[in-house]
Design a protein. Structure first.
Ligand code: HEC
Ligand code: HEC
Ligand code: HEC
Ligand code: HEC
Ligand code: HEC
Length: 201
């Protein structure tokens, strides 16, 4: 065969159009896939775990966990009453705080603020530190029950697996990603369900 003998047939106009359309479609699919992948990966890894988490937010009243938990020996469930019963742990109203602070803390600026909330009946607008998106279902009760009953962990220590030591810093901050990958990993390790409907409405 003589080199150059082989001749490429010039594509027809309609073939060119098809090729072009295919190319555009391919690019579209690639862009779409990349977008979905980025979305899934960022959801999986979530927060910038590598760089750690920020300091917790300022709260309307500078509430010291260490004073109440370490110094006074109060149980987490004394204030976060619903944590062993339902989905949300809940934060108590000023009324519960005032059972002590009606008399304890005279002259302290933060206690003055607390009493103002109590008298006016306004709810204290605590800034949420941990929050899963609306499409995610999280239930405290199931976790506390499992780790205290099936694993024999003390309730207070169960909290710290997800929240760390809340008495260690002045402001509560998030120390664990609690993103999908984090949740699913722990579920897998403990034989808890990992199907989508467990955590998604
Ligand atoms: C005297 C009541 C009281 C006790 C006892 C208490 N807390 Fe709290 N907790 C609060 C209040 C008030 C807030 C809201 C202000 C803040 O974030 O500091 C809060 C906030 C939190 C938050 C952050 C909530 C969010 O917005 O995501 C976590 C987590 C938490 N507490 C865990 C614990 C754990 C764990 C214990 C036991 C070791 C405990 N608490 C004991 C009153 C209490
Ligand atoms: C069982 C009693 C008790 C309960 C309930 C309680 N506290 Fe306290 N709290 C204390 C004691 C005791 C101190 C230490 C007071 C001192 O240092 O003179 C304290 C200290 C504080 C301080 C630090 C004040 C300062 O400037 O040093 C704040 C703020 C505070 N409590 C807020 C709260 C809030 C908010 C709640 C409800 C979520 C609450 N407390 C529930 C007993 C209680
Ligand atoms: C398996 C992980 C995990 C454990 C264990 C856990 N938490 Fe949480 N906690 C979360 C997540 C996730 C959120 C955010 C929930 C949401 O947005 O609905 C949260 C939110 C909270 C909040 C603020 C919102 C609310 O539910 O009222 C408080 C307070 C809290 N946790 C306290 C506790 C205490 C006290 C314990 C131990 C008795 C505990 N948590 C154990 C994961 C955990
Ligand atoms: C530290 C380990 C751990 C982490 C982290 C964890 N889970 Fe779980 N979760 C469990 C275990 C174990 C169970 C099974 C409890 C049982 O068998 O009743 C469970 C059960 C559940 C259930 C079922 C509750 C029910 O109705 O029975 C839901 C929903 C859930 N987890 C959501 C989440 C979400 C969302 C996250 C992340 C924000 C998360 N979990 C993080 C260990 C974990
Ligand atoms: C153990 C709990 C758990 C299970 C099981 C789970 N997810 Fe998730 N998923 C989460 C949490 C928590 C988030 C929220 C992450 C965040 O904070 O952005 C999430 C977020 C998502 C998102 C949204 C991403 C975003 O950026 O908001 C999608 C999509 C998703 N999950 C799909 C799935 C699918 C599909 C399955 C089943 C294969 C599944 N999930 C199983 C906990 C779970």
């Amino acid at each position: 065969m003589i080199p150059g003998d082989f001749q490429v047939k010039k594509p027809t106009k309609s073939q060119m159009w098809k090729l072009g359309a295919l190319g555009v479609l391919g690019l579209g699919v690639l862009a779409g896939t990349t977008l979905v992948l980025v979305f899934v990966i960022s959801a999986w890894l979530g927060r910038p775990v590598v760089f750690g988490f920020n300091e917790g937010p300022d709260q309307p009243i500078a509430f010291p966990h260490v004073r109440h938990v370490t110094d006074l020996g109060m149980d987490c469930t004394f204030c976060h009453r619903n944590v062993t019963q339902g989905a949300a742990a809940t934060i108590p109203s000023a009324g519960l705080c005032l059972t002590c602070h009606k008399t304890v803390g005279d002259g302290l600026a933060e206690i003055v603020k607390l009493r103002d909330y109590g008298e006016s009946g306004r709810p204290i607008d605590w800034v949420r530190v941990h929050r899963v998106p609306d499409h995610v279902r999280f239930v405290h009760e199931a976790h506390i029950r499992f780790f205290t009953q099936a694993r024999g962990v003390e309730a207070q220590a169960v909290c710290s697996t997800c929240h760390g030591d809340v008495t260690a810093t002045d402001k509560v901050r998030q120390i664990r990603s609690l993103k999908m990958g984090d949740c699913v990993d722990c579920h897998r390790d403990n034989g808890a369900p990992t199907d989508c409907t467990t955590c998604h409405f």
